[in-house]
Design a protein around this ligand. Structure first.
Ligand SMILES: [Zn+2]
Length: 447
């Protein structure tokens, strides 16, 4: 099996614009604006008189409301030209990246074990794709529970309950897992899928005491597909739509194609925007990413859990972009000074600074004792624009330097801040931060 090296796929995903691609591949297509970050045109996959092909410029994805086809720039070429994945990448590299040297396009070093794993991974991706289609159909179904799920997800005129606009929900590919029965299991059996693989990717459960007894793992949940950087569905994050449910979010199970500790939610969409804007925003959860994406902010990612690893952050080094954290605004636990969101950013910001990133923080204002996060607070673009952005080191010093505390404690904070400061690679920035710190914490003469 021939493999295109990851870096070429990254190049394509981060450079090619869906609107430009549609116009270039389908001459004569006229794009019309449709809302702040969407364009529409007559579908190029089916015959029609009025436009139903939606192009989302934030997500860099397409979705047709007529024939249902949807995907990213790579799948657009696959569909449109009738070619496979490899040829689609070649075509996009030829069209949009003439400066890129492609002589070593393929990874040659695969062993038989590796090929076996690749084949299995390929099957898993296909199964996730089937699952997504199944959940999509359930979401659109004419049932009371599906309607409840749509009310939870979609904002409609006069409704204050929904979260995202309807087009966003469709283009993103949100789905629903029915509350009762084993409908997904039945679907999988009818399609002849390998049920054990479905257990491995977390879509089915298996009775411990009765092996071979399978059941639907997700029930009564909004199914949010999580895509890898090539736009393939790796797993699902499932949100209960029942306000009384004890577990709000269920994250996917680790498998051959998904590792919770290394995967990044939003990466498929953020890459292109990060490259263009030189910045990426880091939030805590999937809904925070989706909230900002629905407002047209594409360069936003989450680690699902709050902490970021070196591997995850390192992925953005090649885009030479700066990182901006948006912590959840949590109430500190009894007897503690800081909330969980702040503590995450203390650690994550330190790691990112040590890795040489320029780091900043956009803090959600505290309003009384309520917990807020990017999803709940940033409900409109004005609120987003109203957030002030601070350099991480200044923010960190501010949070830790307590004018009431003892001299020794203050010195400890200052030495801590100095440790952070030495990581700053730009001398200009370092000097300006130092000047700010000296000005603010005059008392500490150690500067
Ligand atoms: Zn169509």
């Amino acid at each position: 099996m021939k493999h295109i090296k990851d870096k070429y796929i990254d190049i394509v995903k981060s450079r090619v614009d869906i609107c430009q691609l549609v116009v270039d591949l389908c001459p004569g297509t006229v794009l019309k604006p449709s809302g702040p970050h969407r364009k529409k045109c007559c579908c190029v996959f089916h015959q029609e008189e009025s436009p139903s092909l939606m192009l989302d410029t934030t997500m860099n994805r397409y979705k047709c409301y007529g024939c249902g086809k949807s995907g990213d720039v790579i799948s657009f070429v696959e569909e449109c030209q009738g070619v496979g994945f490899i040829d689609a990448i070649r075509c996009l590299l030829d069209m949009y990246c003439p400066d890129v040297d492609t002589h070593d396009l393929f990874d040659q070093s695969s062993t038989p074990e590796q090929e076996e794993r690749d084949r299995k991974a390929e099957t898993m991706y296909i199964y996730n794709q089937y699952a997504q289609e199944f959940f999509r159909a359930q979401y659109e179904a004419d049932t009371e529970e599906a309607a409840a799920c749509r009310r939870y997800a979609e904002k409609s005129d006069g409704s204050s309950t929904g979260r995202w606009d309807k087009d966003f929900c469709r283009t993103f590919g949100l789905g629903y897992s029915p509350a009762r029965g084993n409908k997904f299991l039945e679907y999988a059996k009818k399609k002849g899928l390998n049920l054990q693989i479905l257990v491995e990717i977390g879509l089915l459960g298996e009775d411990d005491s009765r092996p071979g007894n399978y059941y639907d793992f997700y029930r009564g949940r909004l199914m949010i597909p999580q895509r890898d950087r090539y736009g393939r569905v790796q797993t699902f994050t499932a949100r209960s739509i029942n306000p009384q449910a004890s577990i709000k979010y269920l994250n996917g199970r680790d498998s051959l194609i998904y590792r919770k500790s290394t995967s990044i939610f939003g990466i498929d969409i953020a890459m292109k925007a990060a490259r263009q804007s030189g910045k990426v925003y880091l939030v805590e959860g999937a809904p925070d990413v989706m909230r900002l994406q629905s407002l047209g902010i594409a360069n936003v990612i989450a680690s699902l859990g709050g902490s970021w690893s070196k591997e995850q952050l390192g992925y953005f080094s090649k885009f030479s972009c700066s990182l901006c954290f948006i912590p959840d605004c949590d109430k500190p636990k009894e007897g503690e000074k800081y909330g969980a969101g702040e503590k995450f950013v203390f650690a994550n910001g330190r790691l990112a600074t040590e890795m040489g990133f320029q780091v900043s923080v956009r803090e959600i204002p505290k309003e009384g004792n309520i917990k807020q996060d990017a999803d709940s607070y940033i409900t409109c673009i004005e609120r987003w624009e109203g957030l002030t952005e601070k350099d991480f080191i200044l923010w960190y010093a501010d949070k830790h330097y307590d004018t009431e505390s003892t001299n020794d404690d203050q010195l400890k904070v200052i030495s801590d801040v100095c440790d952070l400061l030495v990581n700053i690679q730009s001398e200009v920035l370092q000097a300006s931060l130092l000047a700010d710190l000296k000005d603010k914490y005059r008392k500490a003469s150690v500067w």
